[in-house]
Ligand binder design. Structure first.
Ligand code: NAP
Length: 426
């Protein structure tokens, strides 16, 4: 048989499949296994309907049952997993679309017979298929087993995140039996309710779910509560309760403190080098709140500059700082040696020519930090360096927040050198 004839009944009805199977049974194809498949391009049916479908396909005499459905929401995939773990026959269960991606990876954990990968990115035979390369080397598919623990980054969009590359590589290097996934989530509360098994151990949280995450957790770390945003959720193994943390705060502030200490010959006093500094935060979203809260907690005088002045005013009020309209930042220089932290997406790929503040204003800053890490050196950082400031990249914050997430997920100290090596090689 040619490759495209190998499973010739995948697109026809069970009745025709049955007839076909009868026609080949015991003949020249006695080593051939027959997959009978059903495709639903609209949705993923209820558990009951999926169960009935399996029975109907089995009744055709199929050796292997295959069902492909469509994910309207990531929680649809849970029904496929339920059918998969209880199947008495070899079963292929895949849920198509970006929201169904986890079906293609976790089928190796839940006992699926096989999964599909593409040879080339974007050249797919069904929506949502990952490449073979990603299945094998990003997700370490061959190592996945029923006891593999599941982690992932929850966001919308989420495909830009570097966390899966980092965490999967770390898990592989240290031999941790876990897989870290992209989780394209529309409704966070529904997601957490649906994937409530203790196998789903921990989640990173990004745009736009950080504030909702605070409400979805059973317990929230006091710092995360003060900031008003959670970027890390851990399921406590003893009682399954969800605990929320904010590691953005530590990641960013530590990176900036290290930058300042480096500038001051590496002196490591217990007093933060941020104490007493005038610290300007551009942005008042999740990252802006973390930076503003962190700088204030370290004794800095904080000013928030934001496109929507009202958001700047509210955040400044909450942390005890001052507010500024973003448009006024170019002419703001009450003193020299200030610190600037961009927490907006201005300058992020693809709009790499953009910058939140004019170059002439940068000479008043001794250190400039940019939360954007694609590209690593943004226009803001390039111009800040040219103006004589120390620069701290968003990649430093990214690694800092990832150390915290790792420690929350595993209870172990983060292998920082390994994290750094992976990100540098990437
Ligand atoms: P967010 O909650 O959506 O906040 C976005 C902020 O940026 C708001 O203050 C918004 O102002 C402002 N903003 C957005 N587009 C703008 C534009 N075109 N011009 C001026 N202001 C604009 O997002 P977030 O979670 O804080 O993330 C913000 C950035 O930080 C993203 O680029 C993200 O990738 C990065 N980040 C990096 C790390 C890291 O580890 N390096 C961690 C977290 C976040 P308004 O109030 O006017 O809407």
């Amino acid at each position: 048989m040619k490759p495209n004839e190998t499973f010739p009944i995948s697109a026809i009805s069970p009745k025709v499949a049955h007839e076909f199977y009868d026609s080949i049974r015991g003949k020249t194809f006695n080593k051939t296994k027959v997959i009978v498949s059903s495709h639903n391009y609209q949705l993923t049916p209820s558990i009951e309907d999926l169960g009935n479908l399996v029975a109907r396909i089995q009744a055709t005499g199929a050796d292997i049952v295959k069902i492909a459905t469509t994910a309207l929401d990531i929680t649809d995939v849970a029904r496929m997993f339920q059918i998969m773990v209880h199947s008495q026959v070899p079963f292929i269960g895949l849920v198509m679309g970006d929201r169904g991606l986890i079906s293609r990876i976790l089928s190796a954990k839940f006992g699926g017979y096989l999964t599909f990968g593409t040879l080339e990115s974007g050249v797919v035979s069904a929506p949502g298929q990952p490449t073979l390369k990603d299945l094998l080397y990003l997700y370490n598919l061959r190592q996945l087993a029923p006891d593999t623990k599941v982690f992932g980054i929850i966001g919308k969009p989420v495909g830009h995140s570097k966390s899966p590359i980092l965490f999967n590589e770390v898990f592989k290097s240290i031999g941790l039996n876990g897989v870290y996934l992209f989780l394209l989530v529309d409704d966070l509360a529904n997601f957490l309710r649906t994937y409530s098994s203790t196998d789903f151990v921990g989640f990173s949280v990004t745009i736009p779910h950080k504030e909702t995450a605070l409400k979805c957790c059973d317990e929230v770390d006091p710092v995360a509560k003060s900031i008003g945003a959670v970027n890390c959720i851990v399921r406590r193994p003893t009682d399954g309760k969800l605990i929320g943390y904010n590691t953005d705060y530590v990641g960013a502030i530590t990176a900036i403190e290290n930058g300042l200490r480096g500038k001051h010959n590496g002196s490591s006093t217990t007093i933060s080098p941020l104490a007493g500094k005038l610290f300007v935060v551009i942005g008042a979203g999740g990252a802006g709140k973390a930076l503003a809260y962190g700088a204030k907690a370290k004794g800095a005088r904080v000013v928030i500059a934001n496109r929507t002045y009202d958001h700047a005013r509210k955040l400044a009020y909450a942390i005890g700082g001052d507010a500024l309209a973003l448009a006024d930042l170019d002419n703001y220089h009450p003193e020299d040696g200030m610190i600037l932290a961009n927490t907006t997406s201005i300058g992020m790929q693809p709009k790499v020519d953009e910058t939140p503040v004019s170059k002439h204003a940068l000479k008043y800053y001794s250190l400039v930090f940019d939360a954007v890490y694609t590209p690593k050196i943004t226009r803001l950082l390039k111009e800040a360096e040219e103006s004589g400031a120390t620069i701290v990249t968003g990649l430093e914050m990214f690694m800092g927040q990832a150390y915290g997430q790792y420690e929350n997920f595993t209870g172990l100290p983060a292998p920082k050198e390994l994290f750094r090596k992976i990100m540098e090689n990437y």
